[in-house]
Design a protein. Structure first.
Length: 321
């Protein structure tokens, strides 16, 4: 019974703490994209913080699933009670919390791009692909005076300085940031941006599935079922560290597989199979639903078999003593 209470406490505490942390990071990240060098700004934004909460909840729910499995590996006990509580919390996440959150995102979302600052500031050198701009004055109408240093031969005269008068000071090259200096300084590396792109793609797919109705959401939630089945991977080895690695790897592979499907990055043969299954079942995403269900069944059977095997092994070891 203590394990049930522990799981509930971990779930609630991780949900609150994780959401708070990711929402704060999201708010700071959005405010940095709006920041313009030389201009005053506030890093607190209620809109971005609330938007960050909504964007973080599905991610936190997935991370909590993995965290609960890792906790079970670290503190093994009655696996039946642990599995029941783990399953109930997973169903709560995928059938109540995440779909509700996705619908709230649709209502609250007005696009971060709409808050992007389109003006720039004077008195700063800004290096772009074509050269270096320096604006000495920018009027209220957005027209600027300054100088352009042609460092690449963009205008056919490399190294020349070209005066600017009534120049339209735009910052399209900084997109999605508002300032090219901030973009060049703070744009995250591929190791960070790629996982965020994967999550954003899955969140977009979740929003689309939710907009089509409950049955479409259930089809997308097959992803959650396959992630829940990762619980069985913890019995792979007698080494806890190996089990931890297997659980994390299996979860990442399942998420990446779904990402490839929803981004239409499958091989041509799988695309043909997907089309045939869609025609046969009448559902667009039949292939990924089938794949998630197969994974869930296989991992559940694997966990059941390996759990019994480990339990018998421990019983034989104790009896030999």
């Amino acid at each position: 019974m203590k394990r049930v209470l522990y799981f509930a406490v971990i779930y609630v505490a991780s949900m609150l703490l994780g959401t708070l942390v990711f929402a704060t990071l999201f708010m700071f990240g959005c405010n940095l994209t709006m920041f313009v060098t030389g201009a005053t700004t506030s890093f607190y934004s209620l809109y971005f913080f609330v938007k960050g909460i909504l964007a973080a909840i599905p991610l936190v729910c997935v991370l909590i699933q993995v965290l609960l499995v890792l906790y079970t590996i670290r503190h093994p006990a009655s696996h039946i009670l642990s599995w029941i509580m783990y399953l109930l919390l997973g169903l709560l996440s995928w059938l109540v919390i995440i779909p509700t959150d996705v619908k709230l995102i649709e209502r609250y979302d007005s696009g971060v791009e709409s808050f992007r600052v389109t003006s720039t500031s004077a008195g700063v050198f800004r290096k772009e692909d074509s050269g270096v701009y320096y604006f000495s004055r920018i009027g209220d109408d957005g027209k600027a005076e300054g100088i352009f240093l042609d460092t690449t031969g963009f205008l056919g005269h490399e190294g020349t300085a070209i005066p600017l008068f009534d120049y339209e000071a735009k910052n399209e090259s900084a997109f999605p940031y508002s300032d090219i200096i901030i973009k060049n300084s703070l744009e995250p590396p591929r190791l960070v941006s790629y996982p965020l792109a994967v999550y954003d793609a899955l969140l977009t797919a979740a929003r689309y599935a939710s907009s089509l109705g409950f049955l479409s959401w259930l089809a997308f939630a097959s992803l959650g079922l396959s992630l829940l089945s990762v619980y069985g991977v913890q019995f792979t080895s007698s080494w806890k560290l190996a089990n931890v690695s297997c659980v994390i790897t299996a979860s990442a592979v399942i998420l990446f597989m779904n990402y490839l499907y929803y981004m239409h990055l499958m091989p041509p043969m799988l695309k043909e199979i997907a089309e045939k299954l869609s025609d046969l079942t009448g559902h667009t995403d039949s292939l990924i639903v089938l794949a998630n269900l197969v994974i869930a069944v296989l991992l559940a059977l694997f966990g059941l078999f390996m759990g019994i095997y480990r339990l018998r092994g421990e019983s034989v070891l104790e009896s030999s003593k």
